[in-house]
Structures are given as structure tokens and as C-alpha cells.
Ligand binder design. Structure first.
Ligand code: B12
Ligand code: SF4
Length: 310
């Protein structure tokens, strides 16, 4: 869990298979008792979000190195490799990119670290995706097919979020995560905490929402009994969170989400969340957080959540 799968340097990989794209979430080192568990709980949506925009004549394979299934697949060798890059696993992403490029695949890098540091990423890529992959990916596939891949693709986050397709969860390995239902209902947040990536200079991430009915449909289609919302802050707009809770209530599935503690200022909202039904951490966490939160807020915030029956 602390060492990435070894990339075989001497390996001959044969010819690239046209219209095969491999999407990789690179390895990062983990603590066996903490972050590995966290990882297999929550599949990132970085790759599945834009995979959904692939035309049907492309074969899309998904590979999450953190599941520790060994060497990334290379037979057949993909024509195109898309890799998501965060600061924490940028070095590994570059090793993977170099490995596939040496064997003839075209490599596209995207994600938060590519947006922040394109100059550092460029030497390892045939193309960089700066911004929303959902808009960029179909252009990349079309240009790749035409033999006309560009060095840089850009897109903003200004479009209507409800117009994005649902993430392509069918490409995830079915039994490797606690749940394949990572859901996302909103992007952005109304706060700008100085330590958060949303406060990065020059990053424009307007607050955008999907319709609650779309989220309910995605949850149902996943067939999963439990979902994790990976929104930065699902409570950024309280009226939206209330509407989402009401929409989710009839399907009686369990979900969890990150919200800021100020949602507890609104007892009616807490009640909606209690009925949803939403998990607020496990019991030992509740007790530990309750103490921490009460010290931080000087109020009975966590207590009011527990009393409401969440
Ligand atoms: C799921 C998640 C996790 C999971 C899995 C992460 C993983 N690497 O697989 C777990 C729980 C393990 C985790 C752990 C951590 N996480 Co985390 N995590 C997230 C979370 C909640 C969702 C990621 C996601 O699916 N986003 C939605 C997708 C659609 O957005 P996206 O990744 O930006 O992708 C879009 C574009 O960037 C682009 N794109 C991305 N990749 C590519 C690739 C190509 C080829 C193309 C074309 C486009 C493209 O297209 C996508 C669609 O628009 C985000 C917060 C968030 N809501 O984004 C935090 C977040 C990514 N995590 C963060 C942090 C800090 C961590 C930890 C360091 C926390 C800690 N202290 O332990 C660890 C480190 C893990 C690691 N080393 O990577 C920060 C990163 C900040 C930064 N500047 O890098 C975030 C942004 C949270 C925050 N608000 O600060 N995390
Ligand atoms: S509340 Fe969370 S998502 Fe919003 S700016 Fe602060 S850290 Fe970022």
C-alpha cells in the first residue's frame, strides 16, 4: 500500500488498438489502517464524469491503481491514455504517462494539478486538459481519431450542470469499492476557505447544481443501497439541500455527505436530513466530533443534530 505497482521497463507491448482509451487514477501511498479504507469507500468521479461523453465506437477501460490490482493493462495497448493528476500523485502520473508514451500510446493529462501547474505536466503529455473534462473529452477523441490531437484543450465551468450526462459508473470494477455510487449534486461552494483549492488564484468555479430528480435517478440506476456524495459542501445552499433531502426520502436509501457545520443553524433542515436518511459518521465519530465541534462553535451544534435523530 505504500509502494506503487512496478512498471516493467523491458516490456514489449505490441501495436496500439485504435479507439481504445484507458483511463487511469494513479497510485498514491496509503496507511493500511486509514487511507486505504477511505479509498475503497469512495471512487473518484474525475474519470467516470467525462467517460460518459465518449461516443459508442470508443472502448473505454478504467484502471484505479489504488485498488492494488497490479500492473495497468497494456494488452491490447490503448491508442489513448487519460490520466487524472493531483499534486499528491503527480510523480506517479508522470511515470505512467512516460511508460505508455514510450510504447506508442497518446497520453492526455487532466485534473486539478494540470490546471494549477500545466508547465510541469506538459513534458509528460501529448495533450493537456485544462478545466471541465466533460466538455473537453469528446473533442479529444474526435481529434485523436483524425490524427490531429492538440497540445492544450480548455473549458470553463460556466455551463448548466444539469446538462452534463450522468457519470459512467458501469466502467468501475463492480466489487472493488464499498459502493460504486459516488454521487455529485453540486460543484463549487459559497465559502472561500483559504486552505481550499477553491480559493486558488485564477480558478473560477461557479456554484452549480444538478436537479434533485437527476440525482435520485442516478442513485436508483446504480442499484446500490448506499451512496457517498463527493460534493465539496452539499450544504452550501440550504434550500437546495432541503429539496434534495425531500427528493431522496421516498427511495429509502442511505447516503453520506460533507456539509459545513452552519447547516445546524437551521433546525428544519436538520430534520429533513434526519428523514432522508443520511449518515453523519459512525457513533464513535459522532461522539468525538461532537466534542471538537462544540469546542469550535461554542454551541450545542452537534448536540442538536443528534437530538434530531440523525
Ligand atoms: C473522492 C475524493 C477523495 C477520495 C479518492 C481520491 C482519489 N485520488 O481517488 C479519497 C477519500 C481517498 C480522497 C483522499 C484525499 N483527498 Co480528496 N477528494 C475527493 C473529492 C471529494 C471528489 C473528487 C471528485 O470525484 N471530484 C469530481 C470530479 C468530477 O472533479 P475533478 O476531479 O476536478 O475532475 C474534473 C476535471 O478536473 C477534469 N479532469 C480530471 N481528471 C482528468 C483527466 C483527463 C484525461 C481529462 C480529459 C479531464 C480530467 O474533468 C473532470 C470533470 O470536470 C474531492 C472534492 C471534489 N468535490 O472535487 C476531494 C479533493 C480532490 N481531495 C483533496 C484532498 C486534499 C485529499 C487528501 C490529501 C486529504 C487528506 N489530507 O488525506 C487525500 C489525498 C488522496 C490523494 N493522495 O489523492 C482536495 C485536493 C486539493 C488539491 N488542490 O489537490 C479536494 C479537491 C478537496 C478539497 N475541497 O480541497 N479524496
Ligand atoms: S467550506 Fe469546504 S468546500 Fe467550501 S471553501 Fe471551505 S473548505 Fe472549500
Amino acid at each position: 500500500m505504500s509502494e506503487p505497482p512496478q512498471l516493467v521497463t523491458a516490456l514489449e507491448a505490441g501495436k496500439c488498438l485504435p479507439r481504445l482509451a484507458l483511463l487511469i487514477n494513479p497510485f498514491y501511498p496509503k496507511d493500511a489502517h486509514a487511507s486505504f479504507g477511505k479509498h475503497v469507500l469512495t471512487p473518484t468521479l474525475a474519470l467516470t464524469s467525462f467517460a460518459a461523453t465518449s461516443p459508442p465506437h470508443w472502448w473505454i477501460r478504467y484502471w484505479d491503481e489504488n485498488l492494488l490490482h497490479g500492473h495497468p493493462p497494456y494488452t491490447p495497448l490503448p491508442e489513448l491514455v487519460g490520466i487524472t493528476v493531483h499534486l499528491t500523485f503527480a510523480k506517479r502520473a508522470f511515470e505512467l504517462a512516460d511508460w505508455f508514451r514510450r510504447r506508442g500510446s497518446k497520453v492526455v493529462l487532466g485534473g486539478l494539478h494540470v490546471m494549477s501547474c500545466p508547465g510541469e505536466c506538459a513534458p509528460h503529455a501529448d495533450a493537456l486538459a485544462l478545466g471541465d473534462g466533460v466538455q473537453i473529452w469528446p473533442r479529444i477523441l474526435a481529434d485523436c481519431e483524425a490524427g490531429n490531437l492538440q497540445a492544450i484543450y480548455t473549458a470553463t465551468y460556466e455551463n448548466q450542470y444539469r446538462e452534463d450526462p450522468a457519470p459512467s459508473r458501469s466502467i468501475l470494477p463492480r466489487r472493488s469499492f464499498l459502493t460504486n455510487a459516488s454521487l455529485i449534486a453540486t460543484r463549487g461552494c459559497h465559502n472561500r476557505c483559504s486552505f481550499c483549492y477553491l480559493a486558488t488564484d485564477g480558478l473560477r468555479m461557479p456554484y452549480r447544481m444538478r436537479d434533485p430528480a437527476q440525482i435520485v435517478a442516478e442513485f436508483e440506476q446504480s442499484g446500490e443501497p448506499y451512496a457517498v456524495f463527493i460534493d465539496n459542501n452539499l450544504g452550501s445552499r440550504r434550500d437546495y439541500l432541503g429539496a434534495l433531502c425531500r427528493a431522496l426520502k421516498p427511495i429509502r436509501k442511505v447516503w453520506s455527505a460533507a456539509v459545513t457545520i452552519d447547516v445546524t443553524d437551521d433546525p428544519a433542515l436538520i430534520r429533513e436530513m434526519a428523514l432522508a436518511p443520511l449518515i453523519w459518521g459512525t457513533r464513535w465519530r459522532q461522539l468525538r466530533y461532537r466534542k471538537t465541534l462544540e469546542m469550535a462553535t461554542g454551541s450545542g451544534a452537534a448536540g442538536s443534530v443528534v437530538t434530531a435523530g440523525v
